[in-house]
Write a protein that binds this ligand. Structure first.
Ligand code: XMP
Length: 512
């Protein structure tokens, strides 16, 4: 097992960022709910503890409090923001209540680098976001860094190996923040830097073999990053004992099914069964215009078709899923912490229980960027590893209103042109998503000498970090012009192309 650094979550929107920064230093980190008993941390063999920030005030009666026994485990503790205030409060210092938050950039001056700021400049730009602050040190601590607003911006107790930082080293806006984190992990906790992609793959392949034995594993392949990486990894471990099922729901993009067949079946020699259920999906969607109803029909039909195809394959003991770490973290929901909103995609319609299949989730310890690294290392091409997200209901939520074969065909053609131009220009890799939307509105155009009464295609191209918020991408005009004229010239039944310039919020990324 890799050595573990525990990140104790007090509801900060940055908790997952801390865990990722630690892993970027090649040290394994795990997020724990703030109420986790210290004994659990001891049993897990954690070699260091980070107390996250959080939106609460330590003075609030509802302030999340950790098990104080964690200060007696004998492992180093670093408190960040709310974490430093907690340490101040619980270890005998004094915290002052404040009615307003100190938010944004500040300058940190380091008086004595100690272990935390070893080999770092004496002045650093740092990012603050806190209300309360420490005004009297707990016994045993000394202050080694100050900001304009805080005499105790960095504190340490070298004897007990306790440290506190008032600002956020984990965010991008803090200069050399990751070096501060690394100094804590390596310089203070003496953690082994053994969390590497190669180590993960080796361990994971061995684990999968041990768990699966001679049984068969089924996996629903969508072509997205997570299921693709899970398939490639499991295949590396057990080869033909893995069978993948790819459902063609009739709502796929141009060439998508052929790509899946050629990449996985031909290149990787994975046993992929393509189930063509497009007629069933389109029949059930006939006449349906309400977006939520469309989603429900597509979701329900998928589970039904998937279950039937798994049954027809038969003889398997495991169902594999590309569940990621953010799906399994029990995030603390305080304020508007976006991490707490991430829903679990677990157990497609309760299928594993119904079919008495055990779950195999080889990516459940990984963040998305780590999944991509594993994908590249097992030989998946860039087009898969860095593929843009595509919604489960597919083009079903990109044809506005009723879905027909004709509207799908128009949308597919327009979308293929958009994707081609985005790839050719390199913009595909720079944006979060780029796709076409079919609008069931006809407008007048003119082709040659004739009037042409045809449909409208919307272009949706956005930048985002996590899909919670998004902004429209300022593509160069000549690229937009090329996309637009190719669509109106090459796709019959389209007379007009419009660009969506809405941000999220108030709009959403998809149109339905
Ligand atoms: P919205 O439209 O809510 O989209 O801003 C946020 C992200 O989620 C994707 N999305 C979906 N993914 N099933 C999915 O698997 C869905 O029903 C669905 N709706 C939206 C969307 O593409 C974007 O990345």
């Amino acid at each position: 097992m890799p050595q573990t650094i525990a990140v104790i979550d007090f509801g900060s929107q940055y908790t997952q960022v801390i865990a990722r920064r630690i892993r970027e230093c090649q040290v394994y980190s795990k997020i724990y709910h703030y109420s986790t008993p210290a004994e659990q941390l001891r049993a897990d063999g954690v070699v260091g503890i980070i107390l996250s920030g959080g939106p609460s005030s330590v003075f609030s009666p509802k302030a999340p409090m950790p098990d104080q026994a964690l200060f007696t485990l004998g492992v180093p503790v670093l408190g960040i923001c709310y974490g430093i205030q907690l340490m101040g409060r619980l270890l005998g210092g004094k915290v002052a209540k404040s009615d307003h938050r100190e938010y944004g950039h500040g300058t940190l001056t380091i008086r004595k680098p100690g272990r935390l700021f070893a080999r770092l400049p004496k002045k650093l730009k740092v990012w603050n976001s806190h209300g309360d602050r420490l005004i009297k040190l707990p016994p045993g601590f000394t202050a080694i860094g100050t900001t304009d607003n805080s005499e105790f911006a960095v504190i340490e107790d070298l004897k007990r190996n306790f440290y506190g930082i008032q600002f956020h080293p984990e965010v991008f806006h803090t200069e050399r923040g990751v070096d501060v984190v690394r100094n804590f992990l390596v310089g203070v906790c003496r953690a082994r830097q053994d969390w590497t992609t190669a180590d993960f793959i080796r361990k994971s392949v061995a684990d999968i073999r041990a768990v699966v034995g001679k049984s068969r594993v089924l996996l629903g392949l969508s072509g997205g990053v997570d299921s693709s990486v899970a398939a490639a990894l499991i295949h590396k471990a057990i080869g033909r004992q893995l069978t993948c099922v790819f459902v063609d729901n009739g709502l796929l993009r141009e060439g998508e099914r052929a790509q899946v067949e050629s990449l996985y079946a031909r290149n990787f020699k994975i046993d992929v069964r393509v189930v063509d259920a497009s007629a069933l999906f389109l029949r059930r969607l006939k006449g349906v215009t309400d977006p939520e109803q469309k989603r429900k029909i597509i979701g329900r039909t998928f589970v039904e078709v998937f279950e039937k195809s798994l049954k027809s394959i038969g003889g398997a003991s495991f169902l594999a899923q590309g569940t990621l770490y953010p799906d399994v973290i029990e995030s603390v929901a305080i304020g508007n912490n976006p991490a707490a909103l991430i829903k679990s995609h677990h157990n497609v319609g309760g299928l594993p229980e119904r079919m008495k299949l055990k779950l195999l989730e080889p990516l459940r310890e990984l963040f998305k960027d780590e999944v991509r690294a594993v994908g590249s290392a097992v030989g998946l091409p860039r087009e898969v590893v860095w593929r843009q997200p595509f919604p489960g209901p597919g083009l079903g939520v990109r044809v506005i209103g009723e879905i027909t074969r004709e509207s799908l065909a128009v949308l597919r053609q327009a979308d293929a042109i958009l994707q081609h131009e985005m790839m050719e220009s390199g913009w595909y890799w720079k944006v979060w998503q780029s796709f076409a939307v079919f609008l069931p509105v006809k407008s007048v155009g003119v082709v040659g000498d004739e009037r042409n009464y045809a449909y409208v295609i919307g272009l949706r191209i956005v930048e985002s970090i996590d899909a919670m918020t998004a902004d429209w991408t300022r593509l160069p005009y000549d690229l937009l012009q090329r996309i637009s004229s190719r669509i109106t010239n090459e796709v019959r039944d389209v007379s007009r192309v419009v660009l969506d310039v809405s941000s999220k919020p108030p709009a959403t990324i998809e149109w339905e």
